[in-house]
Design a protein around this ligand. Structure first.
Ligand code: GLA
Length: 726
């Protein structure tokens, strides 16, 4: 049992292996938050304090008691209009223009299994792996009902939160803001760790103190975005990779979001994660409902490393779905950086021929195979194969590739439309644009209004016609601009941005159901939609358009805080690198790319014989270690933002195998020696390093580390395999 309700004290307690979460229905029916952190026992409502505070009002129910204030008490789901002046989790505007939602406890249910969210991605679990708590709150005047949903995965140390907001009143209301999780801390000094970036430089680590006032990260771009990832960590001041308390909040959503951190006047901290409130006015007619996407909470008292291990397991086992979620991924070569738009059928066949010789499993034909698409200005929306360019039908091309023993994959960008396309000429109203205004262009393209079923259905049918032409075993789903002009000619404005994302999910759900054997890879100009929502449909995502090995170390480091390596698609590309101009050795590029879902993105033909031999070796090594990379626990051993080297490792579940990777990112004259300390081993175990055959005690490897060679060269990379001696 992970969920308990005490009838006498009206306290809900959620227990996981290492954490406790507690809340209480008080005498007025308000749901107050009591605690989240290391596992505790017993009733913790003694943590609530009551003082007469100036300028912090009191609910009418409190009568003359001025010590009861919503402005000071920790709350589970704070709604605007109740005398709490901090950031609200919920803001609802009534038909009369008033903004008040006074939520009181009505009832609750506890059941086995994990709740699902219709139309939205969410953590899933077997009946015996999870419990669900549903608490029904109601505003007795407006008849707004709020169902707070909690999913507890006890063994995984995971608690999920989602919210269903239902208008049971007789008039239309508008949800102006809705979070799915709120964490109120009555004491403590905290840091907020967030992951900022830009196109081709995503998910940089940023740690800043939560100070008085309100700080936020979020997206208004229609996607989760390159700029801020929808996942944060709230930690104690002194928390490190290996020590200290930290809380994670991962939003399972691929659209606009908002995360706010606030230290209030009394030194209390509130963190909210949920929908972006800008450009969001979600009207609800009587009996209509808004389901707020889920936030995955996790707590670790052993630093960020343990938090990441827990999130990796949760996302890999309880978010990623389908045949490939736990299967080895094909090693692929993608045509994009190999040829960009300048290819024909022969180019693809040549790539396949070279792939076959090198042991690569699959060729992916990226952008440029359809409509009139010789560059990125035209053709999106016209999903008809350009047979003239290919010199054959798609079916013939796929057959030729398959005949060489190579699998075939293809690129699509279903959500987009070029103004220069037959589709736009036929249906200009299918693109997002505000009547009477010129739309904002991004990469010279517009966004299709996926909130409309007829638009989605048309594109779905066109894409199916392509996929049905041959043995296509992989699809890369791209999305290459930030959305603007969110206006739907047949929609209810203010709801459209969210309904767009629901439309994308609906499309993906249908696609994965119809083609369960196809491996889907997500992409949005690389990592512009690298989020747990997409991972529900696409078990791997192109991590960044930046393939430079040195930059990738930073990007993959930031990504690793929440997302398992199985989701991180990474390729070896040519040098000088197309994004940075840097030339890093093939060996280092191979080691950095083999961090996750591995592949190549260069003209194989241009490789020298020596390089081809290195590629064969890389693929051989990847296959040897693939299972450990996919299933093992992942540990960061240094920070690319601080250290002279970047190191990371994978450890098998039984702790008997460990794979260590190190890249020296700085080299200086008369270099000092760096010692890399391993993690996650059995201290009493004896581990043999496969290359030199030497044995080391696990405790020695973890406490003293091993010295890295001092070698000439830029970004030298090392790989060590340790196996426990029997
Ligand atoms: C995006 C992707 C690239 C490539 C191009 C094609 O930028 O991230 O990998 O597919 O689009 O236009």
């Amino acid at each position: 049992m992970a969920v308990y309700y005490g009838v006498n004290d009206k306290i809900f307690t959620l227990q996981t292996r290492h954490s406790t979460y507690q809340m209480k229905v008080d005498d007025f029916g308000f749901l107050l938050h009591l605690y989240y952190g290391s596992r505790t026992e017993g009733n913790m409502d003694y943590l609530l304090t009551y003082y007469d505070r100036g300028f912090s009002g009191n609910p009418h129910d409190a009568g003359e008691d001025r010590t009861y204030s919503m402005d000071a008490l920790p709350q589970e789901y704070p709604a605007a209009g109740t005398g709490d002046y901090r950031n609200s989790a919920l803001v609802i505007q009534g038909a009369d223009g008033s903004e008040c939602c006074d939520l009181r406890y009505t009832s609750h249910e506890i059941c086995s299994g994990k709740y699902a969210l219709p139309g939205l991605p969410a953590v899933f679990a077997e009946k015996e792996e999870a419990q669900t708590l549903e608490i029904l709150l109601e505003d007795r005047i407006s008849k707004i009902q709020v169902k707070l949903l909690y999913g507890v995965l006890e063994e995984e140390d995971i608690i999920t939160r989602s919210v269903r907001i239902i208008n049971r009143g007789g008039e239309e209301v508008t949800v102006e803001k809705a979070a799915s999780a709120c964490l109120d801390f009555v004491s403590g000094e905290y840091d907020l760790i967030s992951f900022y970036g830009r196109h081709a430089m995503e998910r940089n680590f940023q740690r800043a103190a939560v100070v008085h006032g309100s700080q936020s990260v979020g997206s208004r771009r229609g996607t989760s975005s390159h700029q801020y990832n929808p996942a944060v960590i709230v930690s104690d001041k002194n928390t490190t990779e290996d020590h200290g308390s930290c809380f994670g909040m991962v939003f399972v959503y691929s659209g606009n979001f908002l995360c706010e951190a606030e230290k209030d006047q009394y030194g209390q901290t509130r963190i909210l994660m949920g929908m972006q409130s800008d450009q969001f006015h979600f009207s609800l007619l009587p009996e209509e409902e808004l389901i707020v996407p889920e936030t995955i909470l996790c707590y670790s008292d052993q630093g960020f490393g343990e938090l990441s291990v827990r999130y990796h397991r949760c996302i890999r086992d309880h978010i990623c779905r389908g045949k490939y979620s736990h299967a080895p991924r094909p090693v692929l070569v993608n045509s994009w950086e190999a040829a960009y738009f300048h290819f024909n059928g022969e180019t693809i066949c040549q790539l396949a021929k070279d792939a076959a010789e090198l042991g690569i499993d699959m060729v992916v034909m990226d952008d440029g195979w359809f409509g009139k698409r010789e560059d990125d200005n035209t053709g999106l929306g016209d999903w008809q194969v350009n047979e003239k360019k290919l010199g054959c039908t798609l079916s013939q091309l796929v057959q030729k590739v398959n005949d060489m023993g190579v699998k075939f994959g293809i690129w699509i960008e279903p959500e987009m439309i070029s103004e220069d396309s037959d589709l736009y000429r036929a249906h200009p109203d299918w693109a997002f644009q505000i009547p009477g205004r010129n739309p904002v262009r991004g990469r010279n393209q517009l966004t299709l209004d996926f909130s409309r079923a007829e638009v989605r259905d048309y594109i779905f049918d066109e894409i199916c016609k392509v996929l049905d032409q041959g043995n296509i075993e992989y699809v890369k789903w791209d999305m290459n601009r930030s959305i603007a002009d969110v206006y739907s000619i047949s929609g209810r404005q203010g709801r459209v941005a969210h309904e767009y994302v629901l439309g994308v999910y609906d499309f993906l759900e249908k696609l994965t159901a119809k083609y369960p054997d196809i491996l889907l890879e997500g992409c949005s100009g690389g990592g512009g939609r690298f989020d747990a929502g997409m991972m529900y449909y696409t078990p791997q995502i192109w991590c960044s358009d930046n393939t430079d090995a040195l930059d990738r170390l930073r990007i993959q480091y930031g990504t690793s805080f929440f997302y398992p390596m199985t989701t991180v698609s990474a390729h070896v590309s040519a040098v000088p690198n197309h994004q940075t101009g840097r030339s890093i050795s093939l060996r280092t590029r191979g080691i950095v790319a083999s961090t996750g879902a591995f592949g190549y993105e260069l003209s194989l033909q241009k490789l020298t014989e020596e390089e081809k031999e290195e590629v064969r070796k890389q693929i051989g090594e990847y296959r040897k270690y693939e299972e450990l990379i996919r299933k093992g626990d992942y540990y960061r051993l240094s920070s690319p933002f601080q250290d002279e080297y970047t190191a990371w490792m994978y450890v098998s579940e039984n702790r008997e195998k460990a794979l260590l990777h190190v890249v020296m990112t700085e080299n200086h004259g008369n270099m000092t020696v760096n010692y890399v300390k391993l993690k996650g081993l059995l201290p009493e175990g004896v581990y043999r390093e496969s290359e030199n055959g030497r044995c080391y005690a696990g405790s020695a490897l973890m406490n003293a580390g091993i010295p890295m060679p001092v070698e000439m060269g830029e970004c030298c990379a090392y790989r060590y395999m340790f196996e426990k001696d029997a």
